[in-house]
Design a protein around this ligand. Structure first.
Ligand SMILES: Cc1cc2nc3c(=O)[nH]c(=O)nc-3n(C[C@H](O)[C@H](O)[C@H](O)COP(=O)(O)OP(=O)(O)OC[C@H]3O[C@@H](n4cnc5c(N)ncnc54)[C@H](O)[C@@H]3O)c2cc1C
Length: 366
C-alpha cells in the first residue's frame, strides 16, 4: 500500500526536525528526508554558541524564545547557560559595541555594559587590554555534535517517520500533492517543506523555483584540553570571534571566518589564511591560548539571502509548498522558528511573524 504523507520535509537539520515535531504534535503525519544522516549539515558542525549578543536586532525576540527552547532541551544537547561577554579592544570597536548592544537591549535582550574591573573579577584569564565590554546572562552554548542523535530520538518517540541517506533528486507536483523521487524510491505527500539549508537553491530548482540563496563556508577550530581558562562565552564587537571552553577543557573558536568550497561539492576546505587571524584574535582575548595546540579545524555551510533575514513561509508560486532556512544564528533560533513554521503549516497563527520568501530582498546590516 502506498502511504501519502501529510507533508514531506526535505532536510533533517534543526529546521526540518523542529518543524516536523511541531506538525506531529498538531496531528499531521510528516516524513523527514535527509541526504545524509539527521543533523549532519550546518546543524551538526556549528560552533554551538547561543548568544543574544551576536544576533541581529530584528531577530532578538526569536533568539530569546530560542534560548528558552535550548534551556528546555538541557543536558541532552549539552546545553550550558554560562553568560557571555563581548569585548572591544579599540575606540572604534567600543563605539560599534555600544551602538549594536544598545539596540539589542532596547529590543528586549538583557544586555548590560560592564566595567573592566567587573570583567577582570569574573574572567581573570582574559587580556587586560579590554577597552569596553557588554554582558548577557542568557548566553551559553550547546553541543552541535549531539543535534542529530537528539532529534532522531525525539522523532522516533513522537512516531514521526524519517529516512536518512535518502537524497531527494526530483519533485513533481500533481493534482493530489507531490511525488518525490528519492534514493529509496518514490514518496507521496500532500504538502512539502523545503528545509535543505545551504542546499535550498538546488532543491527549490527541482520545482522550477529560483531562491536567491547563497552559501557561506564558516570555519570552527578546537584546541586540546586545557586547564580552566574561561567560564563564559566570549565574543568580539565585530562578530569575528566566538569562543568557549567546553567541560572537557577544549576551547572551541569560531566567528564566521570563511573557508572555500560549495555545498554540492561535498566538504568545504579549511583555509590557513582564515584560521590564523581567527586564532590570533582568540589568543589576543585569552592569552593562555598561546600554549594550546589546535587539534582540528573544519568547515560547514550556512545559507543566507541578500538581506540576511530568514526564508520562512510559503514557497513562491507553488501551492502547498513551504520553505524554511537562511536564518542567521539559525542554531539558536532553529528550535523556535521551526515551531512557528509548523504552526503556519497547521493553519494556526504563529506567535511571531514569519519572513515571507516572496519579499523583495534589500541588503540590511544591523
Ligand atoms: C561552521 C558553522 C558555525 C555556526 N555557528 C553557529 C553558532 O555558533 N550559533 C548559531 O546560532 N548558529 C551557528 N551557525 C548557523 C547554524 O548552524 C545554521 O543556521 C543552522 O544549523 C541551519 O539549520 P538548517 O536545518 O537550515 O540547515 P542544515 O542543518 O544544513 O540542514 C539541511 C539538511 O538538508 C539536507 N539536504 C540537502 N539537500 C538535500 C536533498 N536533496 N535531499 C535530502 N536532504 C537534503 C542536508 O543533508 C542537511 O542535513 C553556524 C553555521 C556553520 C556552518
Amino acid at each position: 500500500m502506498t502511504i501519502t504523507y501529510d507533508i514531506a520535509i526535505v532536510g533533517g537539520g534543526i529546521m526540518g526536525c523542529a518543524s516536523a515535531l511541531r506538525m506531529g504534535e498538531g496531528g499531521m503525519q510528516p516524513l523527514v528526508l535527509d541526504q545524509s544522516d539527521l543533523g549532519q549539515g550546518a546543524s551538526g558542525v556549528n560552533a554551538g554558541t547561543l548568544s543574544l549578543q551576536i544576533k541581529r536586532v530584528r531577530l532578538m525576540p526569536y533568539a530569546l524564545k530560542g534560548h528558552h527552547e535550548w534551556e528546555a532541551m538541557g543536558e541532552a544537547v549539552g546545553f550550558h547557560k554560562t553568560g557571555g561577554y563581548t569585548l572591544a579592544f579599540t575606540e572604534r570597536e567600543a563605539a560599534l559595541l555600544h551602538e549594536r548592544q544598545t539596540l539589542k537591549a532596547v529590543a528586549g535582550a538583557p544586555i548590560t555594559f560592564v566595567s573592566d574591573r567587573q570583567i577582570r573579577e569574573a574572567e581573570p584569564g582574559l587580556t587586560r587590554k579590554v577597552l569596553a565590554a557588554s554582558y548577557c546572562p542568557e548566553d551559553g552554548y550547546a553541543n552541535s555534535s549531539l543535534t542529530g542523535q537528539y532529534f532522531r530520538r525525539r522523532l522516533r518517540d513522537a512516531g514521526i517517520a524519517y529516512r536518512e541517506r535518502c537524497p531527494v533528486t526530483a519533485i513533481e507536483r500533481g493534482l493530489k500533492g507531490f511525488t518525490l523521487t528519492t534514493a529509496d524510491g518514490q514518496v507521496h505527500a500532500q504538502r512539502l517543506l523545503l528545509a535543505a539549508g545551504a542546499w535550498l537553491k538546488p532543491v527549490a530548482a527541482l520545482l522550477g523555483v529560483e531562491l536567491p540563496v547563497q552559501a557561506r563556508i564558516n570555519t570552527v577550530s578546537v584546541t586540546e584540553r586545557m586547564p580552566p581558562l574561561v567560564s563564559s562565552v566570549i565574543g568580539h564587537a565585530t562578530g569575528l570571534l566566538t569562543m568557549k571552553q567546553k567541560p572537557n577543557g577544549s576551547v572551541l573558536v569560531g566567528g564566521g571566518w570563511q573557508g572555500r568550497g560549495a555545498p554540492q561539492e561535498g566538504r568545504g576546505q579549511v583555509m590557513a589564511e582564515s584560521v590564523q587571524p581567527n586564532l590570533a584574535l582568540a589568543q589576543y582575548a585569552l592569552p593562555a591560548l598561546a600554549k594550546a595546540r589546535v587539534l582540528r579545524s573544519w568547515t560547514g555551510f550556512e545559507a543566507n539571502v541578500p538581506d540576511f533575514y530568514p526564508l520562512a513561509g510559503a514557497l513562491p508560486g507553488v501551492g502547498n509548498a513551504f520553505v524554511l532556512g537562511c536564518v542567521r544564528g539559525g542554531y539558536t533560533i532553529g528550535p523556535y522558528i521551526g515551531k512557528l513554521m509548523g504552526d503556519f503549516i497547521l493553519g494556526r497563527e504563529p506567535e511571531l511573524p514569519l519572513f515571507d520568501p516572496a519579499r523583495r530582498f534589500e541588503e540590511e546590516t544591523t
